[in-house]
Design a protein around this ligand. Structure first.
Ligand SMILES: NC(=O)c1ccc[n+]([C@@H]2O[C@H](COP(=O)([O-])OP(=O)(O)OC[C@H]3O[C@@H](n4cnc5c(N)ncnc54)[C@H](OP(=O)(O)O)[C@@H]3O)[C@@H](O)[C@H]2O)c1
Length: 212
């Protein structure tokens, strides 16, 4: 597939390399292409473009920007261009305030997630929340002694979630679909839980697994 990633941080770079590894065509979109010079030289099949060019290129897009800038980034990419397209939303609504005892602060509430805000503002975009509840270093085919980890996803479009589930299969994840966009109220805070051992004990090598 043609994958257009909107972002230039660790998530964009890691997922970009992961999509390339699995044979997809990849562009990374940024306002500052110079930031991605190293990534481009390490990933010669990938290309660095603008947010808008990434949205145009994408058969499937990934939103991987700072949570506070998520809506602005979708607007800059072009909401009309993204309308009808699947957009994996990897963002988290992390506030600028520092963590409290390793617990991140969010700018959303438990009654309204960032995904719901984005879905309401950009109604025609087929958002799927995924990849937000694990650190970038564990996103692509991670190996854990405890077996295959679980990625919790949600979104309002069943076909979009099915396409994202296929990608998660490639990336070595079991998928747990938790329903429509409202479920992001529970999935986004998993990022807080995931980060606590990182901030408190510098332990970043773990993921969630659903046992039945
Ligand atoms: N880091 C992780 O391990 C991890 C794991 C799971 C989820 N997440 C979530 O994934 C998202 C990306 O995380 P990250 O660590 O890769 O990168 P990040 O540092 O949170 O974000 C960098 C990206 O945000 C964009 N950005 C910042 N301010 C902006 C603005 N005012 N307008 C438009 N774009 C703006 C930057 O655009 P330019 O390219 O133009 O500079 C850049 O692409 C975040 O929401 C984060 O919470 C991160």
């Amino acid at each position: 597939m043609k994958i257009g990633i909107i972002g230039s941080g660790d998530v964009a770079k890691t997922l970009g390399a992961g999509f390339l590894k699995h044979g997809h065509d990849v562009v990374l979109g940024t306002r500052e292409p110079a930031k991605l010079a190293d990534w481009a030289s390490q990933n010669p099949k990938g290309r660095v473009v603008s947010f808008a060019q990434a949205a145009h290129f994408a058969e499937l897009a990934v939103l991987a920007v700072k949570g506070t800038a998520a809506a602005a980034a979708v607007k800059a990419a072009g909401a009309a261009v993204l309308t009808g397209k699947i957009v994996i939303d990897a963002t988290n609504p992390i506030a600028d305030a520092p963590p409290d005892h390793g617990v991140l602060k969010f700018f959303t509430t438990l009654d309204e997630s960032l995904l719901e805000r984005l879905q309401r503002e950009f109604a025609g975009v087929r958002f799927v929340k995924a990849f937000n509840s694990v650190g970038s270093s564990c996103m692509v085919n991670p190996r854990f002694a405890g077996g295959k980890p679980t990625m919790f996803i949600c979104g309002n479009d069943a076909a979009a979630k099915s396409a994202v589930t296929t990608i998660l299969d490639q990336f070595g994840w079991e998928t747990a679909d938790r329903g429509p966009a409202v479920a992001a109220r529970a999935i986004e805070p998993l990022c807080m839980l995931w980060c606590i051992p990182g901030f408190v004990a510098n332990d970043w090598a773990h993921a969630f697994k659903l046992l039945r």
